[in-house]
Design a protein around this ligand. Sequence first.
Ligand SMILES: CC(C)(COP(=O)(O)OP(=O)(O)OC[C@H]1O[C@@H](n2cnc3c(N)ncnc32)[C@H](O)[C@@H]1OP(=O)(O)O)[C@@H](O)C(=O)NCCC(=O)NCCS
Length: 169
Amino acid sequence: MGKKQLELRSLDRKNYETFRKLVNVILPISYPSSYFLELVTANTGDKNEIYIPISKLAFIGDVLVGGITCKLLPNRMGHVIPEGIYLELIVVKQCCQNKGVGIKLLNYVEVECRTYLLHYIYLHVSINNRKGIEWYMKRGFEKIEFELPGYYKLGNQNVTAIIMRKYVH
Ligand SMILES: CC(C)(COP(=O)(O)OP(=O)(O)OC[C@H]1O[C@@H](n2cnc3c(N)ncnc32)[C@H](O)[C@@H]1OP(=O)(O)O)[C@@H](O)C(=O)NCCC(=O)NCCS
């Protein structure tokens, strides 16, 4: 990866658009600017927030090479369900994959999970994303029993999602 260090930085108003572009190049699902802006503004400590975002971006020098976004899930009263963190997306720029960036991003979330005294990370992943599923399994995620047909809409195609979960010690 050259001499420049891999560094994790916060998602903020200056970098969220660049991250959105990276996500939308790598994933088949398109995420709107509002999704990322919400993650940024939810960090302001507004008491009306119903979720706590957990996100980090990976940089090599000034170049954005990846990122992860998660949420602590609320129950109907707005309280966090004390079971786990929901991992919404993790992406690494194609040219920087298989160099440990994804593991570093996931490690960050695992540390956060322990900080909140939570024990699980949950996620949805497309059943067609064989490489992604394999990557998660190598990192200790397991498939939970049920599948969700039509969870993703890719063009006019309905794609099944599976739910995976990792126990964080
Ligand atoms: C899935 C994804 C996030 C993984 O990120 P990544 O940075 O490529 O993953 P890593 O480099 O951390 O790990 C991949 C391999 O590189 C190895 N590796 C190479 N150099 C390494 C280093 N310096 N440090 C640690 N691991 C290293 C890891 O051991 C790992 O090998 P293994 O999976 O055989 O055990 C990435 O491939 C991606 O963006 N995929 C497309 C989007 C996607 O499918 N996201 C998931 C659904 S939202």
